[in-house]
Design a protein around this ligand. Structure first.
Ligand SMILES: [Zn+2]
Length: 66
């Protein structure tokens, strides 16, 4: 399972495999996953990548996703 979350510094959408400790954003911010606010979950990296891409494009339609 992959988690989709947002960088608290720059607002970029990121994803990481569940169980990963930290993820470093391209802006340099180190995000602790268990403290991050998870926006969505995906089955695999491909799906996670697609979700991040559509969120990055301003996908407000994703709001109702659970
Ligand atoms: Zn960032």
């Amino acid at each position: 399972m992959y988690l989709i979350f947002r960088c608290s510094r720059c607002g970029r959408y990121l994803y990481a495999e569940e169980g990963t400790g930290t993820r470093t954003c391209p802006c340099g911010k180190r995000i602790v996953l268990r403290k991050a606010r998870v926006i969505a979950r995906a089955e695999d990296a491909r799906e996670a990548g697609e979700m991040v891409r559509s969120l990055q494009l301003g996908g407000r339609e994703m709001t109702g996703f659970s």
